[in-house]
Design a protein around this ligand. Structure first.
Ligand code: FDA
Length: 491
């Protein structure tokens, strides 16, 4: 079998992969990214919206996999959104060139400095807040909605109602920055350009407006001429060779998910950026398959970033509810983080169903005081997560406190319409940890017991960061790759 040789291979083109690729390419290194998902831009296939799910809606599934209201059947296709189902938790991830940035809501939040210090006591917080976080926001093209537009636009009634109700209940709210271009959105509203956020596009991809990684980090990296991206290339397992280089077994698939070629790649330097679940799966599966060296602490300190969904029904039922038309891009949140008893953030989330459902949806982000652990089951050849109701008990208490206080002040009921008992403890968009910086790796992401393998993605963050995580993933990767290049790790 032919072996393709590349000096540096990166597995995955999400945040960790895109940042590493750019900085290595700028340093003059040739980089190859292997990405299991589709290159949507190159394919010319448009993304579909929430009301008419099509090819991009789900990764090789027969039915849609949105968090709720899955009434649509599909032709299996290598779609942009995937859901990994575990016993007590379902984890959504992005698939495609750009990883999670293709499907996510674009909320670009910098963590509170005090919490960052608590989670990463070994890092120089001053350097992060003066340099790496601003750098991440600049490269990601983070911007903030214009207050007047928010005040006037009918598509943001859900945010205005959410904020008014939160204030009436005694909560503090914050404006949430985003990578969606709000100037573009204002033009959409005036019908000067094609609509995307105002046309229910988001978790199946945005055709316009969103500055996903293919428009930022990956574009810049490709412009150097040093990056090659092979899409629909799924890394099956990794083997460490005697000379400490790596051999990768890779399946090239078609858009129906069938393997069309089995390939072998060889590289001296390997970066795993397959996302928290993808990286853990590759490491553990390779360990079970060929004795790939792995320390016991890989899989530990995993968490759902405190993700906990909840909602309220009968929200302003007589005055148009939260609005029939809703932008898919959230811009508001409840900040209750400083409450010692009930610390949480609650994203005031859109629910663009094309009809008035008089329902408010919230994604809470809580502390994760009890961490989970990811393991590999050799019999089923799947990951398992030690994670159950005990891990989410505190999060449920916070959601209960929040909903009760909101309902007491504003009316409304717990949302049985969206969730059983009104709570969605098993919905996770932010899996983090399992390959924690400075525990499973050296201070800059080099995996313990390895000389040439680096983990750079969400798995470096120990299960929680208190806000939506991609700005932190970018900042940490910028920090790690800068130091790894400086230490001549890629010489
Ligand atoms: P990421 O998951 O981005 O990328 C990993 C890539 O590796 C994927 O493209 C995958 O296909 C590829 N891959 C995996 N295994 C592979 C293999 N074996 N071979 C080849 N390729 C492989 N965050 C935030 O900050 N603000 C927000 O608003 C949101 N909203 C949101 C909504 C939804 C619906 C989801 C699913 C997620 C979010 N997030 C979010 C979370 C955010 O998107 C997430 O934390 C990051 O994408 C994680 O970045 P990583 O670099 O870790 O991996």
């Amino acid at each position: 079998q032919e072996i393709v040789d590349a000096p540096i291979i990166i597995v995955g083109s999400g945040y960790g992969g895109a940042v590493s690729a750019l900085r290595l390419c700028e340093a003059g290194k040739k980089v190859l990214i292997l990405e299991m998902g589709l290159n949507w831009e190159k394919s010319g296939i448009p993304f579909s919206n929430l009301l008419k799910p099509g090819k991009s809606a789900a990764w090789l599934k027969k039915k849609t996999i949105a968090p709720f209201m899955n009434l649509f059947s599909l032709q299996p296709f290598t779609g942009a959104l995937d859901r990994l189902d575990f016993e007590h938790i379902n984890i959504w991830v992005g698939r495609g060139v750009g990883g999670g940035s293709i499907v996510n809501g674009g909320m670009a939040v910098t963590p509170k400095e005090s919490y960052f210090k608590e989670i990463f006591p070994q890092l120089d917080a001053e350097k992060f807040y003066n340099f790496y976080f601003p750098l991440a926001r600049k490269e990601l093209k983070v911007n903030v909605i214009n207050e007047q537009f928010l005040h006037d636009c009918p598509y943001y009634k859900f945010t205005r109602v959410g904020e008014e109700e939160a204030h009436k209940a005694g909560f503090k709210t914050i404006r949430v920055p985003n990578v969606y271009d709000f100037n573009y959105m204002e033009k959409e509203f005036k019908n000067e350009v094609p609509r995307s956020a105002l046309n229910t596009e988001v978790i199946y991809g945005n055709n316009h407006g969103k500055n996903s990684l293919d428009k930022t980090y990956l574009k810049k990296a490709l412009d150097t001429g040093n990056l090659e991206i092979l899409d629909l290339h799924c890394v099956d397992s990794i083997q460490m060779n005697e000379d400490k280089s790596y051999t990768l077994q890779v399946n090239q698939i078609n858009t129906s998910g069938e393997t069309i070629a089995e390939k072998v790649f060889h590289c001296k330097k390997l970066i795993l950026s397959a996302g928290t679940m993808g990286t853990l799966y590759l490491l553990m599966k390779s360990n079970a398959k060929n004795g790939f060296p792995l320390e016991k602490n890989v899989g530990e300190n995993w968490g759902n970033n405190g993700n906990f969904m909840t909602g309220r029904n009968w929200v302003r039922p007589l005055s148009g509810g939260t609005g029939v038309q809703q932008s898919t891009i959230p811009v508001g949140g409840v900040d209750n983080w400083d409450d010692k008893e009930h610390p949480f953030f609650a994203e005031i989330a859109p629910l663009p169903m094309g009809m008035d459902v008089a329902t408010a949806l919230y994604l809470l982000i809580n502390r994760v005081d009890k961490k989970g652990k990811v393991s590999y089951n050799t019999a089923t050849q799947k990951l398992t997560i030690d994670w159950n109701e005990n891990h989410t008990e505190k999060m449920r208490a916070n959601a209960d406190y929040f909903i009760k206080k909101m309902n007491r002040a504003n009316g409304g009921t717990r949302s049985h319409f969206l969730f059983k008992n009104g709570f969605g403890p098993n919905i996770c968009y932010h899996p983090l940890g399992g390959c924690v910086l400075g525990e499973a790796t050296n201070p800059y992401g080099k995996l313990n017991n390895h000389e040439n393998l680096f983990v750079l993605d969400g798995s470096l963050i120990p299960g929680t960061i208190g806000v939506n995580p991609f700005v932190t993933i970018v900042a940490i990767t910028e920090y790690c790759i800068e130091n790894l290049i400086r230490q001549n790790e890629f010489a």
